[in-house]
Write a protein that binds this ligand. Structure first.
Ligand code: TYD
Length: 207
């Protein structure tokens, strides 16, 4: 059996990842593939408890503590969910992963990027996505789409989201082979077509 394909979806809040993941999942299933749709933070079980703290805790959370909580969730997710599903030959569609920590805690909160890369590597045991799709959206549109009902992370403000966006674009510049950027202001249908084209390109890297 061929190994699976590990695809991560990234971008600022409100970029439309969830809609695109759903459409891609339907396309892959209709094409006869086995898939797993999952997310960070908080896929299932323990991760959901960590997610609740990260998004809803209303006391002070230091940026360092915040990053370790995301990393703890990631370690659990990789070991208990992603690795077994990849071994079964599934396409993993993962809503956020390592690049979120670089973009949000690194570029957004100002933590050292090299240190985050090092910690990400510890949390994942060195496993990297085969393909990462960044849905690029400006801070103003991002905050407008999120609306009034903001969680703890979404309440960080426009400057923060400008830094997050620039972070994603810099990650894509540094790793052009793995990370592809799609303009999230395009129509849902056009974006879906671009996502499918990218996945087809990478499907051949499965061994
Ligand atoms: P979620 O409701 O899943 O947002 P979205 O639908 O936009 O993915 O909330 C996850 C939030 O956590 C989101 O604001 C991004 C943030 N986040 C980080 O700051 N660092 C990380 O490592 C991860 C995985 C997420």
């Amino acid at each position: 059996m061929s190994k699976g394909l590990f695809i991560t979806f990234e971008g600022s809040d409100g970029c439309g990842k969830t809609t695109q993941i759903k459409l891609l999942n339907e396309y892959l299933i209709n094409s006869g593939h086995k898939t797993l749709v999952t997310r960070e933070p908080g896929a299932i079980g323990l991760g959901e408890k960590i997610r609740d703290i990260l998004l809803n805790y209303d006391g002070e959370v230091s940026p360092n503590c915040e990053s370790f909580l995301f990393l703890a969730d990631r370690a659990q997710h990789i070991d208990c969910i992603i690795k077994p599903a990849l071994a079964e030959g599934k396409f993993i569609l993962c809503d956020r992963h390592t690049d979120s920590t670089v973009a949000y805690q690194g570029y957004g909160r100002g933590l050292d990027i090299e240190r985050i890369n090092y910690l990400n590597n510890l949390a994942t045991g060195g496993l990297k996505p085969d393909l990462t799709i960044v849905f690029d959206i400006d801070a103003e549109t991002s905050l407008k789409r999120v609306g009034q009902n903001k969680d703890r992370m979404e309440s960080a403000g426009a400057d923060f989201f400008n830094r997050v966006r620039n972070g994603y674009l810099e990650i894509a510049e540094k790793e052009p082979q793995r990370v592809k950027v799609i303009n999230a202001a395009d129509t849902i249908e056009n974006i879906h077509k671009k996502v499918i084209d990218l996945v087809k390109e990478y499907e051949y890297t499965r061994t």
